[in-house]
Design a protein around this ligand. Sequence first.
Ligand SMILES: NC(=O)c1ccc[n+]([C@@H]2O[C@H](COP(=O)([O-])OP(=O)(O)OC[C@H]3O[C@@H](n4cnc5c(N)ncnc54)[C@H](O)[C@@H]3O)[C@@H](O)[C@H]2O)c1
Length: 546
Amino acid sequence: MATKEQSFSVSPTGEKFPIPERADYSVEYDRIAQLIAKNRADGREIVAVLGVGFVGAVMAAIVADTKDGSGKSSKFVIGVQRPSTRSFWKIHLLNRGESPVKAEDPEVDPMIRRCVIEKKTLVATYNEDVLKLVDCVVVDVQCDYLKESLGDLQTGRTDMAALEKSFGTIAERIPPECLVLIETTVAPGTTEQVAYPQFKKIFRKRGITSEPLLAHSYERVMPGREYVKSIRDFWRVCSGVNETAKKRVVTFLNEVLNTKDYPLTVLDRPIESETAKIVENSYRATILAFLDEWSLFAEQNGVDLVKVIKAIKMRPTHSNIIFPGPGIGGYCLPKDGGLGMWAYKHILGWKDNIFKITPAAININDTRALRVAEMTRDALRNMDRPIAAAEVLLLGASYREDVGDTRYSGSELIVRKLTEMGAEIRVHDPYVDHWWEFEAQDSYPSAEYNLKRFFRNQEKLSTLTVSHDLLTSLNDVDAIILAVRHSHYMDLAPDDVVKSIGKPAAIIDCFGMLDDSKIRRYFELGCEVKGLGRGHVNRIKKAAKR
Ligand SMILES: NC(=O)c1ccc[n+]([C@@H]2O[C@H](COP(=O)([O-])OP(=O)(O)OC[C@H]3O[C@@H](n4cnc5c(N)ncnc54)[C@H](O)[C@@H]3O)[C@@H](O)[C@H]2O)c1
């Protein structure tokens, strides 16, 4: 995480790294060039991975871990990362053999260490000029969708700045025959209508007459315990702008991924591969959003949506119906549909508005968490405690169970709304050390696009800390919100919880985490229980009172 100073990049553990100066660049270039020459002489293909964030860092290690048929390392990988104050520290960590991303997958750390320290097939650099020396570039930089208002996707726009800049950086440097594999989730049309013309123009200026070899293949990586497997041992879709690019990308992916067990799907054109990614994620965002209205229906009519879903799932055709938690987070689902909608107008040139379901789904998912704040207010009201000044403990900050990734988590919105309503917030999450969305709320993810701007009274949240000590966190709270299905929370016994709190409290279940016997016990202990989609709690309350 960067500080506001311009000349240093500070890692999440507080290590400070000076941003390189002009004079450092040539020394760094020589260092990498020598390594490349040695590895090329040893018969290795030279691959650059641009952007060593959540995806690029692990993808770089997977490529660097590749062996040929005789068991010899066949790729030398250079992680190329811009030396921004926010991200420069990642280069130093990687070069020490440490992962720049905190991963719950036990395979990540040893794999990075093995490739950097033992095999010496992975290095990282800030000097983009090394792209002059590579055979293949994998692009893993971000492409964000910036929302201008809460719950209205239509007013947002795609932020292609980092991506377009990296296309220029690559095109100005690579050898003409270098394969450029775009893995970033992009607005459909980007490879053929944004990258290709940009490459052609720059190639022409450089006097290169051959066609740029551009390909697209999107990542389906899932943070969590199967981080590496979700890249290496998982199905891939790919395509290229011409037959050569297509052949090259198929060869590359066959070499670095386990395509024997997870075969590749090769599509005719990059726009099809790009669209596949957007449709895949919009579909998932939609089936989650679909249950939001039924969740309300259930709450208002004595229905337990958790049991309803379980009953429906017995039918094989409906096995992927999923209970939506308090908001649909992660980096991809909240934005990808927006990229498609934006591309239709701003890359592909249509003026009509054909998108109804995709934006509606994202809008619903983006505001579902507000219901949790209402529910907390109402549960406390039933206990004659006002929400203003109530002490509320949020259990879980990340966007899904048993990971530490907080990007666009529903929990963030819960905290912001409850703070606006005057509540005092405590947070516990065993996987999260820093909740940057609050700690750096004026600069992360960027100065003008933090969710902070949609709520009042948010300033004090800059000092919000995340506790790893559940017992202390519970002490004397008025309400607890079970927001994420972390394994740590699934077996909490009502008697222990209420004993640790020291008094009855409001218990809000956002994710179907309480079974009926626990709900009943909380009522017996004098607590108030409410839950998303859990309309049957009042029945249990009446029975407990009897
Ligand atoms: N994180 C996920 O779970 C996930 C899953 C599937 C797909 N994706 C997609 O993968 C892509 C990358 O996502 P991420 O999570 O790794 O993002 P990230 O923000 O963690 O990483 C991007 C990195 O690229 C660097 N960068 C930006 N511009 C650069 C440039 N010009 N040169 C060099 N480096 C540059 C940034 O500093 C950053 O370190 C996105 O398109 C995302 O949608 C992500």
